[in-house]
Design a protein around this ligand. Structure first.
Ligand code: MV4
Length: 530
């Protein structure tokens, strides 16, 4: 075929072809065809596996890097090639930027997927990867820097009409200024660290008399935790819901929103249950929030998948909080309701391809829930309860997805997050998604560590959850450890012992009766229930 016939790139984009040299044309096409034939996953566990599965579907070879603690992990076995990069602690393995880049050079890797956590939001890493001539599968270092700092994120969002919680316009430079702004804003207020996020370094102040002390604490906390003491003030929104919008942007100026995830069910800023869609958004509100999220992405020239977090108050006013510049843990619920593979989109965008659809082409199909299964004891203040997965059997069946990184018999390493899996359900509507999730929880067999499964079951069965009438304080308001039905395994065991005991007594009586009647009793008949 003559090259001129291929005026449109294989990916559907319309970048002009070099016209005057066939050598240039050959280079141009081979750059498209050869781009990203091998990807390194700079992560571990369930997300590393999840990314590799998509790579396999796309015909892309995978490289795993792993620590000594993960030698036996499924993600290491699943990868086409795997390299041990150090001892178990993350700062001696998964966080070693130069070592990971070195592996790329050795193995001819063309792209790095950072997953979530670890190096995923580290703009220095994104820059180093780019400078090494490797594609970072994520946004630019610049976009990460803008959104990584809450104040610069808000400043960028100001260019568009994005609703934000009333408060200080920028960093608070003195206690006096803070007191004045807090009083103008109206108590209670929150002091937040600009470098914080996800609830880290947040302080609530009820009255002006407490301001000075709280501000000093906030500044010193922010300085020691983030090396940046900048703090700002926001009015405290009571009883909000946490709604986040998934966005997806290509390198050609096209941005879409893939609807929302409701993540209000949290425990100490740790998400417990996520769902899509939210049961409180109307189509109109969804469109408004979606379009705002797209503007936030546009404000920082965002590319790839990202999440824009909003608070929704009781009157259904929404406020932009922050943007997460990574693939999120809870991305599967969005995949389930849109039918879109978000990792595939990340890779396509990183290869320079155009989005294959416009906003009007997207719709919500059904309902999806995700629960995070942790090796933590919900009856003992959620203390990590790591150890060997003595029994590990996943639930299966229609509308059930399990993203995990373990097999039966494996030890959960102490060095990392104790998440065992993400259990995801899908149904035609919310009530079907809930029933399937409860069924899946009941079918899940895990022995060894205690898990958060009974706790998740409790939430799913709670009237406030079922009715959709909840906010970010749900767990604080409704949960006490005594409420958990964790005796169920023990009860089954007790029932079995009691049953055996009754059987034994019965057969003794039967034998005695038979013998007193002068009958011979075969050993095979002694346990017969008559
Ligand atoms: C707030 C707020 C109330 N008012 N901001 C916590 C995580 C971080 N992204 C922002 N967070 C909050 N910011 C104002 N002005 C309440 C929270 C909050 C919260 C938000 C989402 C999900 C759970 C939460 C639990 C406690 C507090």
């Amino acid at each position: 075929m003559h090259l001129d016939l291929l005026q449109t790139r294989l990916d559907g984009s319309e970048k002009a072809l070099p016209q005057n040299s066939s050598i240039l044309k050959i280079e141009y096409f081979s750059s498209i065809i050869s781009s990203m034939k091998k990807i390194l996953i700079a992560n571990r566990g369930e997300i590393a596996l999840r990314i590799m599965r998509t790579c396999k579907e796309m015909g892309i070879a995978t490289v795993a890097v792993f620590s000594e603690a993960d030698r036996q992990a499924p993600f290491v076995k699943y990868a086409d090639e795997a390299v041990c990069i150090g001892p178990p602690p993350s700062n001696q393995s998964y966080l070693l930027m130069d070592k990971i880049i070195e592996v790329c050079h050795q193995l001819g890797v063309e792209g790095i997927h950072p997953g979530y956590g670890f190096l995923s939001e580290n703009s220095d890493f994104a820059l180093k990867v780019k400078q090494a001539g490797i594609t970072f599968i994520g946004p630019s270092a610049e976009a990460m820097d803008i959104m990584g700092d809450k104040l610069s994120a808000k400043a960028a969002a100001k260019k568009y009409k994005i609703p934000m919680v009333p408060g200080s316009a920028g960093a608070i430079s003195s206690v006096a200024e803070g007191k004045r702004i807090a009083t103008e804003t109206g108590f209670p207020i929150l002091i937040k660290a600009s470098a914080g996020g996800g609830g880290k370094g947040m302080r609530i102040v009820e009255q002006v008399a407490d301001f000075e002390e709280q501000m000093q604490l906030a500044v010193s906390e922010a300085t020691s935790a983030f090396g940046d003491g900048a703090v700002f003030i926001e009015r405290y929104v009571a009883g909000p819901r946490h709604i986040e919008i998934q966005v997806l942007a290509d390198n050609h100026g096209h941005i879409v929103y893939l609807f929302e995830r409701e993540c209000s069910i949290q425990r100490r800023h740790q998400k417990v249950i996520e769902e899509a869609p939210s049961s409180v958004l109307t189509p109109g509100l969804r469109k408004q929030m979606g379009e705002c999220a797209v503007d936030v992405a546009r404000a920082c020239n965002y590319t790839g998948v990202g999440t824009v977090e909003f608070l929704l108050d009781e009157k259904h006013n929404f406020y932009f909080l922050e943007m997460n510049t990574r693939l999120q843990v809870e991305h599967p619920v969005t995949e389930m309701i849109t039918g879109i593979d978000l990792v595939k989109e990340q890779i396509r965008v990183a290869r320079g391809e155009k989005l294959g659809y416009a906003q009007e082409d997207l719709r919500i199909y059904g309902h999806s829930l995700e629960v995070r299964v942790y090796a933590e004891d919900p009856c003992n203040n959620f203390l990590p309860d790591i150890g060997r997965l003595a029994t590990y059997r996943r639930p299966q069946g229609l509308g059930v997805r399990v993203d995990d990184g373990f097999e039966e018999g494996m030890d959960i390493p102490i060095y990392y997050d104790p998440m065992i899996s993400k259990l995801v359900s899908f149904g035609k509507d919310r009530s079907e998604a809930i029933s399937r999730m409860i069924r899946a929880i009941d079918d899940y067999r895990i022995t060894g560590p205690e898990t958060t499964l009974p706790f998740c079951r409790f939430v799913l069965c709670h009237e406030a959850f079922v009715s959709g009438n909840f906010d970010t304080h749900f767990i604080k308001h409704h949960f006490k450890p005594e409420m958990l039905d964790t005796e169920r395994e023990d009860e089954a065991e007790i029932a079995a012992i009691l049953g055996a005991k009754l059987l034994q007594e019965h057969s003794q009586q039967y034998q005695q009766k038979a013998q007193s009647n002068g009958q011979a009793v075969s050993a095979w008949t002694t346990n017969r229930l008559v």
